[in-house]
Every structure is written in structure tokens, then in C-alpha cells.
Design a protein around this ligand. Structure first.
Ligand code: TYD
Ligand code: MG
Length: 460
């Protein structure tokens, strides 16, 4: 008997399901993101078969096991030989895990994964790269730029999941790359490739394969602004690890950020640079980001932000000028715009600096995006330095969170930041007073503890 079909509406951004069309998604507040899809009546739109139910993730009969009896070996992880990627993954690839790599089109996801394939095949692992976007010739051309490949890499241009499943079962590779999930389709689902139900169903099938055969699967997911295809958010909860590849396409630096990780800490970042011959790891991002920094210019400061476990020194630039007419203009690049506005209000109220009739532009160098509050004090001092046209000594590092009453609050991992600054040859450090205790005298770098923004301003 043919299954009855019914039609439902899905938000293409977050996967919210509704029986009728809605203008705004109640789940993610996105406008105009609902698309009608047909699903078989009865079951839910995308049952992730084999994950719940009577059979466990391994496909074997499901019996309760004592925790103590489960064997885990850290050595099971497979290193990708790329330190930046290994760190974000939590120490290497876990066999049988599913990793989603999301990012804007053209940012370098395919390039990164092809490089991972290369490193793994060099170690003798059998890898299958499945592309639904590029022809074999295109992949070959890309591979040529990256380097030599050996016989352990297999390529397949296919979008039909049933064929993919049988190929994987026959070939039994140790790792599979799916580029991209939005091009894959399952004949049993009637909606178009890239729709929420297709993407979910495809991921469910891949999950079964990954857990059943112990194969690590890397899935590429495009982030789209217009909502024409389902974004990676729809499947974030299904996979083990979610990595986002971000950066400005015009600039060379690319940041790989761990957003979710069942096998390691999140918020770790890996820094890469896009070159002619593929992505190159940036082992010392602070040094790279501070390269070519202007000296003797007002409005620039160097701050330290800790991403995951790693301190990154980066330059903040501010430009404060008189507004010529009407409403003052404020823009920020790489830093939250509202945070900049808030800090300007704090400066106005607590330090008596009249910024109300000033335009202000605040930039983070190198196309980076940072959200850690520890960069607050750097933003404040950049603004003051530009406003007063006074240069801050180039050997000074600044960090600290700024509160609404103008107080400078302590931040975590202060010692890590100080150590990184010393390593890069900084001579002094303006930081929260509470953080100075405990590390005073341990380092050669001069530590200047401040408790509010007025005190900090005296050191410019
Ligand atoms: P790609 O991996 O195709 O992006 P995605 O899969 O995320 O859509 O990368 C595309 C860009 O990278 C493209 O604009 C060309 C550039 N690129 C280089 O600069 N150097 C290289 O060695 C390679 C392979 C790509
Ligand atoms: Mg691609």
C-alpha cells in the first residue's frame, strides 16, 4: 500500500515544523523562511532510523552494559597531522564520529577536507571523498594545487544516498567526506535536495552508516543567507561535532571554530591562511595578526582574547571624529556593534568624555571576529586615544572587562594572557587590579593594575 502523503512547512533556517505557512519563524525569528515540503503521513518528517528504537547505535542487540566494562582508548583518535584542526576536534578524529563543517560558500571547506584526506591517506588510511558539487576533473585540479596524493584516496561523484550507502558498505573506508549535505537526496523523500526533510533524512542515513561501521564522516554544510536551502543549523543537534569555518573571503585568514563537540571542549579555534597551494596552518596567530601594525598612530591598542585555551593578541583600531551634521555614525567590524555603543555610553557618563557628537569607527584587524568581554578595556582605550589624539605605547597590552559603572573587572586566564604578551616582546600590561595579585613579580613584563576606566586612562 502506498503511503499517504501530507504537506507540512519547514523553516529552512532552523528546521521548525508547522502545519501552515508562517511569515516569521517562532523558532529562530527568521522572516520568510518557510517552505512547503511533502512528507509521508504518520511518521515524523525525518525519522533518524537506527538511532533510537530497539537497536542501539552499533546496530547490535541492545543490552544494558556496566559503565566500567566499556573500553575507551584515547589512542583510538586519528591525528590529521594538522595541529590547528586536531585541537579544534579535541585531539584528533574519533572513529565513528560525525563532524559537520559549516561555512559560507567559497570559504574553503572543500579545500580543508581534501587536505585532511591527503594527510590521512599519507598515514595509510582508506578515505572516500564524495562530491555532489564538483566533477572528478574539478576535484583533481584542486588536488593538484594541494600536493601529491597516493592510491588510498577514492573519489565518487554522486548525490543518491542509496548508491552512496552501498558504495561505502562495499569499499569500507575509514573516513568519508560528504560535500555537501545540501546536494544529497533520498528517493523516499519527495521534497527537493537541500530542503529540511531531505537534509535531515540524509544525515540520519549517514549517521547509521557512521555508527554501524565505525566510519568517521565529515559533512560539509553551506550556510545560506537567503534560506533557499536548509542551513547546517537544521542538523547541528544530530551530529557529534560542529565546526564553523569563518573569515572574510577577501582576506587570507580563516578561522575554524568548534561550536559543539561531544569529544572535546568547544570554542577552540584553529587559524589557517588561504594560499595558492591550499590552506596553511598559522601556528602563531598573534604574531601574524600583529604584523604590519602601525606605530605612532593614535586609536590603536593591542588586546588579548582567549579563544578556547589559546590566547590571541590582536589589534583594535578606533577612529573618533566630529560629526559633520545630524546623527553621529558608528560602525564596528569584528566586534559587536551594541557592545561598542554601550562602552561609548560608559565613557560619556563615567569618564566625562563627550562622544555624543562624534562619529566612531571601531575595527578588529585581520578579519577576525571576537566576542570576549576581556577586550572591552582595549576598545575603551582605543576610543579615548583617538578622541584625545594621544598615542598609546606600542609595547602595551590591554585587557579587562568594563562594567556599566566604569569599573574594570577581572577576567579568567589572566596569567596565560600575560605570558603570551611577554613571549611576543610586550613591555607592559594594563589589566584588572584583581588579576594582578598572584602573578605580580613572576614575569619581567610590567603589570599595571587598574580598577576603573579613569585610572586606565591615566596610563595613555
Ligand atoms: P573551496 O574549498 O572551494 O570553498 P567551499 O568548498 O567552502 O565552497 O575554496 C574556494 C576558494 O579557495 C576559491 O575561491 C579559491 C580558493 N583557493 C585558493 O586560494 N588556493 C587554493 O589552493 C585552493 C585549492 C583554493
Ligand atoms: Mg566546496
Amino acid at each position: 500500500m502506498a503511503k499517504a502523503k501530507k504537506s507540512v512547512f519547514f523553516c529552512q533556517n532552523c528546521g521548525y515544523e508547522s502545519s501552515k505557512w508562517l511569515g516569521q519563524c517562532p523558532g529562530c525569528r527568521e522572516w520568510n523562511s518557510f517552505v512547503e515540503e511533502t512528507v509521508s503521513a504518520g511518521g515524523k518528517a525525518a525519522p533518524a532510523k537506527g538511532i533510537s528504537g530497539s537497536e542501539g547505535r552499533t546496530g547490535k542487540k541492545n543490552e544494558p552494559v556496566r559503565l566500567a566494562e566499556i573500553q575507551v582508548r584515547e589512542a583510538d583518535r586519528v591525528s590529521t597531522n594538522m595541529e590547528e584542526l586536531d585541537r579544534v576536534l579535541g585531539g584528533g578524529i574519533v572513529p565513528g564520529s560525525m563532524v559537520l563543517v559549516g561555512g559560507d560558500p567559497g570559504i574553503g571547506k572543500s579545500t580543508l577536507l581534501l587536505q585532511v584526506c591527503r594527510q590521512l591517506t599519507i598515514q595509510g588510511h582508506k578515505v572516500l571523498y564524495i562530491s555532489g558539487e564538483e566533477s572528478l576533473r574539478q576535484i583533481k585540479l584542486r588536488a593538484k594545487r594541494i600536493g601529491e596524493f597516493n592510491e588510498h584516496l577514492y573519489l565518487l561523484c554522486e548525490t543518491n544516498l542509496e548508491i552512496i550507502r552501498s558504495t561505502i558498505e562495499r569499499l569500507k573506508p575509514e573516513m568519508v567526506v560528504i560535500d555537501s549535505i545540501q546536494t544529497m537526496y533520498n528517493e523516499e523523500v519527495s521534497s527537493a535536495p537541500g530542503s529540511v526533510s531531505q537534509v535531515r533524512e540524509s544525515t540520519g542515513i549517514l549517521m547509521q552508516i557512521a555508527k554501524g561501521l565505525g566510519i568517521s564522516v565529515f559533512i560539509v554544510g553551506h550556510v545560506t543567507k537567503d534560506g533557499s536551502v536548509a542551513g547546517p543549523r537544521v542538523l547541528e543537534h544530530m551530529v557529534d561535532t560542529v565546526l564553523y569555518f569563518e573569515g572574510d573571503r577577501q582576506l587570507a585568514y580563516r578561522i575554524l571554530r568548534g561550536v559543539k563537540n561531544r569529544f572535546g571542549s568547544t570554542n577552540e579555534i584553529g587559524v589557517f591562511e588561504m594560499r595558492e597551494k591550499g590552506l596553511e596552518e598559522v601556528k602563531n596567530p598573534s604574531q601574524a595578526l600583529l604584523n604590519g601594525r602601525p606605530t605612532d598612530a593614535s586609536g590603536t591598542t593591542v588586546v588579548c582574547s582567549v579563544e578556547g585555551t589559546r590566547p590571541i593578541l590582536i589589534e583594535i583600531q578606533a577612529l573618533v571624529t566630529r560629526t559633520n551634521f545630524g546623527l553621529p555614525r558608528r560602525t564596528s567590524v569584528g566586534i559587536d556593534y551594541n557592545r561598542v555603543n554601550l562602552l561609548m555610553a560608559v565613557l560619556e557618563k563615567r569618564a566625562g568624555i563627550r562622544l555624543g557628537d562624534c562619529d566612531a569607527y571601531v575595527n578588529l584587524a585581520g578579519g577576525m571576529k571576537l566576542g570576549e568581554p576581556a577586550i572591552d578595556l582595549g576598545i575603551v582605550l582605543s576610543l579615548v586615544s583617538s578622541y584625545k589624539n594621544q598615542v598609546i605605547d606600542e609595547g602595551t597590552l590591554i585587557f579587562g572587562e568594563v562594567g556599566l559603572s566604569g569599573e574594570v573587572r577581572g577576567v579568567s586566564m589572566a596569567e596565560t594572557r600575560v605570558r603570551e604578551a611577554e613571549k611576543l616582546g610586550f613591555t607592559s600590561c594594563i589589566m584588572p587590579k584583581t588579576n594582578v595579585e598572584g602573578i605580580q613579580g613572576k614575569y619581567k613584563i610590567k603589570l599595571i593594575g587598574v580598577s576603573n576606566i579613569k585610572e586606565a586612562m591615566e596610563h595613555i
